[in-house]
Ligand binder design. Structure first.
Ligand SMILES: NCC(=O)CCC(=O)O
Length: 282
């Protein structure tokens, strides 16, 4: 991904310090897992000393006031690159949910503030909420990736976490069909009923109609993810001199706000935070 690096644990702590100084409220952590540690069942996800858990502990120790959001899904850990367990070419929904609940508890016990299931299995929000409550973690927030579309715009991210090369098939049996808008409302409704505190739409810019429909229908905290492909397009156009990158970044982020997003996950966060601190966006 242009302009975005994989960083080591000590560098992640420094980035967290920098983010806190820029008033960025929360960081989302995504691991690159050594291929030797990936297997069919994604067992590294349940290692309490895996890269994410170690990084959460280190950041929380050094920068206790920054929020940490941990992704819940198996794709960084599976040899086939899917978010769930796979048997005979089929994703096993309920068996996967049983693993995701354990992954969530481990991440919370490492110090994570917000659990963000991005796997799109059915029924996982309720199961995770129950598992967290049972383990005594009643104050943890859940951000459900409720409307996550099967999108080509995730390409650069998959390269960055090393799952492009290993992904077999596609994710269309569990991520959403981009021809469909009503399904997004049903997914959000289910996730809220199951105990989600906030919902996420992903990708962002091509899906702002979904953000607006969700916000207008449910009036809950609604987030949107400006994903790697969206970021890369602006970056590449700016690099080629086709667009003013700074202005395109700001215009795209303002579009999220206009559509009703309460928060934006973006790879531009440090750049836009610097501008906000200077007090003048436009
Ligand atoms: N679960 C995190 C992602 O899938 C990120 C997608 C992207 O930035 O393209």
């Amino acid at each position: 991904m242009p302009g975005v690096d994989r960083i080591s644990l000590d560098q992640a702590v420094r980035e967290a310090e920098r983010a806190a100084a820029l008033d960025i409220p929360c960081l989302a952590l995504f691991p690159y897992t050594d291929p030797a540690l990936r297997d069919e069942n994604g067992t590294e996800a349940l290692n309490p000393d895996n890269l994410v858990c170690r990084t959460v502990r280190a950041i929380k120790k050094a920068v206790p006031n920054i929020g940490l959001l941990c992704d819940v899904a198996l794709d960084p850990y599976t040899s086939h690159g899917h978010d769930g367990l796979l048997r005979d070419g089929q994703i096993l929904n309920d068996e996967t949910v049983a693993v995701l609940t354990q992954q969530s508890v481990l991440q919370v016990e490492a110090g994570c503030d917000i659990i963000a299931p991005s796997d799109m299995m059915d029924g996982r929000i309720g199961a995770i909420r129950q598992a967290l409550d049972d383990a005594g973690h009643t104050g943890i927030q859940i951000m459900a990736y409720a409307a996550k579309y099967a999108s080509v715009f995730y390409g650069p991210f998959r390269d960055a976490v090393g799952s492009s090369a290993t992904l077999t098939g596609d994710k269309r049996t569990y991520q959403m069909d981009f021809c469909n808008t009503d399904e997004a409302l049903r997914e959000v409704e289910l996730d809220l009923e199951e105990g989600a505190d906030m919902v996420m739409v992903k990708p962002g810019l091509p899906y702002l109609d979904i953000v607006r429909r969700i916000k207008d229908t449910f009036a809950v905290p609604t987030f949107a993810y400006q994903v790697s492909g969206e970021y890369a397009m602006i970056h590449a156009a700016a690099g080629n001199g086709w667009l003013d990158g700074e202005k395109a970044m700001l215009e795209s982020l303002m579009a999220f706000k206009r559509a009703g997003a309460d928060g934006i996950l973006t790879y531009f966060a440090p750049r836009v935070a610097e501008k906000l601190r200077q007090g003048r966006l436009f």
